[in-house]
Ligand binder design. Sequence first.
Ligand SMILES: *Cc1c(COP(=O)(O)O)cnc(C)c1O
Length: 360
Amino acid sequence: MARIFNFSAGPSMLPESVLNRAAAEALDYNGSGQSVMEMSHRSKVYEEIIFGAQGLFRQMMGIPENYKVLFVQGGASLQFAAVPLNLLTGSGKADYVTSGQFSTKAYKEAQKYGDVRLVASSKDANFAHIPDLDPAKFTPDADYFHICHNNTIYGTKWPVLPQTGSVPLVADISSSFLSEPILVEKFGVLYGGAQKNIAPAGLTVVIVREDLLGRARKDIPTVMDWKTVAENDNMYNTPPCWSIYICKLVLEWIRNLGGLAALKERNEHKAGLLYNYIDESRLFSNPVRPDCRSLMNVTFVTPSDELNARFVKEAAAAGLVNLKGHRSVGGMRASIYNAMPVEGVEALVAFMKEFEAKNA
Ligand SMILES: *Cc1c(COP(=O)(O)O)cnc(C)c1O
């Protein structure tokens, strides 16, 4: 059967070459006589995979020496708790910006652990833009400042990062990981689940500046303490072995495409095809403030719920699946992560034009 174009917000498409390679190695990885799913995480053959993945991560993102790359489990959602448990131990204060559903969840989770302050929110605008900031509201002695870099559900991305001075900036980058170059040194911590842009579900990547290790609360669960994970080379307990292996294959694919700068160009081209068409369409519109548009999640609506529903249904019949928007916003959303081919976006735009001709 032909592969469909899957616009799911996550888990989402993986590069076809990666899937083929994983299939070819499913019974016998590199002459070991076993699959990666079966092998001991402490074996020599697996060490090459996990250290290889880590090295490629550093290389592709240009991660400075004084940062650790951690491979953990539990999703970004567990990090909503891990962040305060690891960091909220100095002044016990932290600043949060809510720009969508995940950052709101992170904010609520952190409230269990300290004096957590909301410094800005765009909730009143239904999160159609990144909140405007008033630095006078920032807490000068906060233990950290938390944002969500790309808002998966609302289709927004920070156009410029907040200036937090000596307060470490912590960002959830689940849905923008590896999609374009990012200056890691601007952040204290970057974290995200792998299932949007990196690998199958099960792997969570945390990039943390070394001076932020060793601040955790005494009662933190051991596996959530970033220092424990770092000191044990991601092997304190069993890592998500297979997902890390796919992560390594995806990173090799990124390297072969020319790295994150090349990917950014590709992603801008793909998102541009959609936004440019939507902007001139008489049927579809994008609710996001233009300077905050996401490269990864493109939201759009027609003037009626009935037409939206019909669009989603007819698109699926044409092999363009998972275009329904999140239940909290309605309308449509096309998630066009790294692995979505340009042809998938072209097919979507062509389908939208046809739909518009019939229905506008
Ligand atoms: C998907 C997503 C999450 C939730 O990730 P889990 O791995 O399911 O916990 C959190 N933040 C963002 C930005 C996401 O896109």
